[in-house]
Design a protein around this ligand. Structure first.
Ligand code: UDP
Ligand code: MG
Length: 311
């Protein structure tokens, strides 16, 4: 019998944990041709999330729990889930029920039809602020303009993935995994699945602006070297501009076009412009070096403090 696995990361989700379990469990029991497992990852929440999950896991052997020693972030939580998952079809879903688990049977049909990655594509996004929608849109725009792989728009981490793809992802040595990029990068038979994104069942978003910016810069930097090239282009342009100014200054000196003590302004502009570009370049390069440094240190992506129902 084929097995389906759910991966559900949780960070301060005590208000939704129980409801989430029931909704997912209902879907699993309705699919009687499949075995199932549900893996919850507690991403270092300090509220009642873990104890709720422990109770659930003690009463249901199909529920597995991984608990981190601290908050390592959503991407790491999902990465850990991918490592411990044992099913043939793997579903990554948020805990807050914004992505309805009831859609999974439909997605399974697409999987049975031979697709390897069925990614949820958001048609409508209920209950999300204009600001969030705008930043999300800008994020996908810049990412696609900069990166070398096509990363589908309006796609989060909600998706159903075949075992073979998960094995490939698990075998990648990189640490800073930007999963939605990688899932698209690996290829295989990909197909979108349109759905309406609901409002959060309860609680507030665990993705404040700071975490979104981190995700965005991880996405851009791990999928593109274009920022470095842009830096090069800016450098060439600014050198060209300063050359023009230099030629102009010499000419105006020879032909006495105007009094050069007035040149203070142009000096200042050139100076600030150039130092601006240099600083931006250093920052860009620094971002890459920081990522390289992270990879080279080879520290684990996450630390597991506790496992339940997992050998
Ligand atoms: N999450 C996590 N670690 C974090 C932040 C979020 O595991 O550091 C989980 C969170 O519990 C939820 C999912 O990631 O299951 C998506 O987070 P959220 O719904 O807050 O993000 P949004 O839908 O607002 O983008
Ligand atoms: Mg959410």
């Amino acid at each position: 019998m084929k097995k389906i696995s759910f991966i559900i990361p949780m960070y301060y989700e005590e208000e939704v944990a129980t409801e989430c379990y029931h909704r997912v469990k209902n879907v699993c029991t309705s699919l009687d041709n499949y075995e199932h497992e549900i893996i919850f990852i507690n991403d270092g929440s300090k509220d009642k999330t873990l104890s709720i999950l422990e109770d659930i896991a003690n009463s249901d052997k199909n529920v597995k729990v991984i608990s981190f020693s601290r908050n390592f972030g959503h991407q790491c939580a999902v990465t850990a889930g991918l490592k411990y998952v044992t099913g043939d079809a793997i579903i990554i879903i948020d805990a807050d029920l914004q992505d309805p688990p009831e859609l999974v049977p439909e997605m399974l049909k697409l999987w049975e039809a031979g697709n390897d990655v069925i990614y949820g594509k958001r048609k409508v996004r209920d209950g999300e602020s204009k600001f969030k929608l705008f930043t999300a849109k800008m994020f996908y725009k810049t990412l696609n303009a900069l990166s070398d792989v096509e990363i589908p728009k309006d796609t989060g981490d909600f998706r159903l993935v075949d075992r073979t793809v998960v094995d490939v992802i698990n075998s990648l040595p990189e640490h800073n995994k930007f999963l939605r990029g990688l899932f698209s990068w690996v290829g295989f038979q990909q197909t979108p699945f349109e759905y309406e994104r609901k409002e959060r069942f309860a609680g507030k978003t665990k993705y404040p602006l700071k975490k979104m910016l981190k995700l965005a810069s991880d996405g851009i930097i791990s999928f593109s070297t274009k920022p470095l090239k842009i830096v090069g282009a800016l450098g060439i342009i600014s050198v060209f501009i300063s050359l023009c100014i230099l030629i102009y200054t010499i000419l105006s000196f020879i032909f006495k076009w105007n009094n050069l003590t007035a040149g203070w302004t142009s000096m200042m502009i050139t100076m600030t412009f150039l130092s601006g570009i240099i600083l931006i370049s250093l920052w860009m390069i620094g971002e890459y070096i920081a990522r390289i440094y992270d990879e080279v240190k080879g520290r684990p992506q996450y630390i597991i403090q506790k496992k339940i129902n997992i050998e």
